[in-house]
Design a protein around this ligand. Structure first.
Ligand SMILES: Nc1ncnc2c1ncn2[C@@H]1O[C@H](COP(=O)(O)OP(=O)(O)OP(=O)(O)O)[C@@H](O)[C@H]1O
Length: 244
């Protein structure tokens, strides 16, 4: 049987009366990359927070196949196979890079030996083996971001949700990240949902796009079609951003 999809169904989130998300539905299947885009404040991060249980839902539900995950704690959601990264990098600065990744694997039930092996493989995949013994805090911003993704992958997730992974990266770092991310769905069979303001990265990486504005879906579909959608162009005020 095929692995189940992540289904976000008619989700609403409110902050003191403000509807940050209003009836948004989205499907993420194993093996695909979906870009979640939209202007500042349109609800993208709230969407990831809603999926991972960081904010409560005011309506709707989140499912993996037939299993409801909305209402679970973030830890319980993670155990159902969802990993995420944050807009602001979360690393243990006083811990070695290898230990940072190993700790994430241990937290998800790997044995000591398996966690070490997994961490070494992940660092290799991110071209970070040479930094394994350095402290997390000593890394460049781009490297910290890559370690954060390696930590998220240490849980062997079925779905990976990345919040602006390329933010603050230079062009070469973004290019390297693009190649690593593009390979993940096939090599690991996972579904990848990615938020980023770098439209060149998004357009080259994603199979499908989901566009939010003011907490609502304004377009979804193939990247090529979405970028020509008048509502999307208007939401971005015809800026260069969507044409990149
Ligand atoms: N914890 C919170 N408390 C109150 N309001 C919030 C909270 N989190 C988000 N919001 C509001 O919800 C709306 C959506 O915010 P969100 O961060 O999801 O947007 P975004 O599309 O990710 O924006 P950006 O691209 O700038 O990161 C905004 O109006 C924001 O101010």
């Amino acid at each position: 049987m095929a692995n189940p999809s992540l289904e976000v169904v008619d989700v609403a989130v409110e902050f003191s009366g403000l509807r940050a998300l209003n009836g948004v539905s989205l499907t993420l299947s194993p093996g695909e990359i979906v870009g979640l885009i939209g202007p500042n404040g349109s609800g993208k991060t709230t969407m990831i927070n809603a999926i991972t249980g960081q904010v409560p839902l005011a309506g709707g539900r989140v499912m993996i196949g037939n299993k409801q995950i909305s209402g679970l704690t973030p830890r319980e959601v993670a155990l159902q196979g969802l990993s995420r990264s944050f807009q602001i990098v979360r690393l243990f600065n006083n811990m070695a890079v290898l230990d940072n990744v190993e700790a994430a694997a241990l937290a998800h039930g790997s044995s000591l030996r398996a966690a070490r092996a997994k961490a070494l493989t992940l660092l290799d995949g991110f071209n970070l083996s040479h930094r394994a013994d350095d402290l997390g805090g000593s890394l460049s911003y781009g490297d910290k971001r890559r370690v954060e993704i390696a930590r998220a992958l240490a849980a062997d997730p079925a779905f990976l949700l990345l919040d602006e992974p390329a933010a603050g990266m230079n062009e070469a770092e973004t290019e390297a990240l693009l190649h690593i991310l593009a390979a993940l769905p096939r090599s690991r069979g996972l579904g990848l949902l990615i938020i980023d303001h770098d439209m060149s990265l998004i357009m080259r990486l994603c199979d499908r796009l989901h566009v939010l504005a003011f907490g609502k879906t304004i377009a979804e579909g193939r990247a090529e079609d979405v970028r020509k959608n008048p509502a999307v162009i208007e939401a971005y005020l015809g800026s260069e951003a969507i044409r990149a």
